[in-house]
Design a protein around this ligand. Structure first.
Ligand code: SAH
Length: 201
């Protein structure tokens, strides 16, 4: 999967490729779907939600330029798969999920698999997780019409925020925002994506 769908489609960061190769995606989907875990597509995880497409997880991780000690906020834990990948690239991953069941299942899965540097919380991720701010990077795994104010506020100087921005049901643009040292934001559009909507509580 990594050679064909990730490196093959242009992801070149060696740390990202190693992290993608190390995380057992079949452990993040139900057993009946495990034969499809290494195809490059989203898969249902219940509650109308999906585990992200591996290529998109790698793309977002590469865009966020994660360093080994970074503190990362993820919005939309889902299965916990992307959080596991991020945990291999950064220092600590704080991830927020609005579905209580998904948050509980992800926490259970991540602890069984030994991802000790991931903290999972049930709540509205569009408000961020103020307690552990500021973050070096914020990755939003659900789409909204604009970057929520609270997330910008919780990004530290020099921080990177990656989020699909656009209409809820159509296609969105994967967007990278960098926070400058003086608090200004620079925005870059990376390409077209399709995510489930970011739903406030
Ligand atoms: N990264 C996940 C996939 C996430 S799918 C994985 O690797 O499996 C998007 C997730 O965002 C869904 O689980 C959805 O419930 C969640 N979500 C949507 N709106 C949210 C919000 N306001 N706060 C937190 N999570 C939210």
């Amino acid at each position: 999967m990594v050679r064909r769908h990730i490196a093959g489609r242009g992801i070149s960061d060696a740390r990202v490729l190693d992290a993608m190769a190390a995380v057992p995606r079949e452990r993040f989907v139900e057993r009946s779907l495990s034969h499809r875990a290494y195809a490059d597509g989203p898969l249902p995880i219940g509650h109308g939600q999906t585990i992200s497409q591996p290529y998109v997880v790698a793309w977002m991780a590469e865009a966020a330029e994660l360093g080994t000690g970074d503190r990362v906020l993820e919005v939309g834990t889902g299965s916990g798969y992307a959080a596991a990948v991020l945990s291999r690239l950064a220092g600590t991953v704080y991830t927020v999920e609005r579905h209580r069941m998904l948050a509980e299942e992800a926490l259970q899965r991540l602890s069984v698999l030994g991802y000790g540097n991931v903290r999972v919380r049930h709540g509205d991720g569009s408000l961020g997780w103020g307690r552990h701010a500021p973050y070096d990077a914020i990755l939003v795994a659900a789409a909204g019409p604009r970057v929520p104010r609270a997330l910008r506020d919780q990004l530290g100087p020099g921080g990177r925020l990656v989020m699909p921005v656009g209409s809820h049901c159509g296609r969105q643009r994967l967007t990278l925002e960098r926070r400058g040292r003086s608090g200004n934001f620079k925005r870059e559009e990376l390409g077209a994506v399709r995510f489930v909507p970011l739903i406030p509580h």
